[in-house]
Design a protein around this ligand. Sequence first.
Ligand SMILES: [Cu+2]
Length: 167
Amino acid sequence: MCSSTLFVILTASLLLQQHIITAATNETTDSDPDTHVVLDNLGWIVSPSGAAAYRTWAASNEFDVGDILYFNFTTGRHDVAEVTKEAYDKCNTTNPISIKSTGPVNITIDSAGEHYFICTFTQHCSLGQKLAITARSEVPTGFVTRVSTSSLAAAIFSALVAIYLLH
Ligand SMILES: [Cu+2]
């Protein structure tokens, strides 16, 4: 392999590596916490369309660990209890994981996976005032890609250097 060919290959390899790193950086998710206003302008209420309103709202949002759920309601009219899936399904208000009674309430999503919230006021949950969300973990999606592809480019580069030195 002549030296000019090797130079072209090395340059291409470096450009490829730079390109991959740039592309991977661009595809990382934003890590700024978002605030999700539960049911938007309607707030945390018994929706006329029942639990479907909360299902639709949750499906139109992407929740990450660290994001904030903002439950807007008047103190004394509603409350927010985080509950298990079983309690959510049955509207069981007896042993919530946590409960907040003074509105409005900000709840920071502290772990990935499913989180369930209900109102403990009589009949409110069974009339559909219940929210289930699934939070994604905070690891940027581009991170794994960036490590593996840049390692691959580095490996190719190292191999080319070795070939060059052996000649
Ligand atoms: Cu309520």
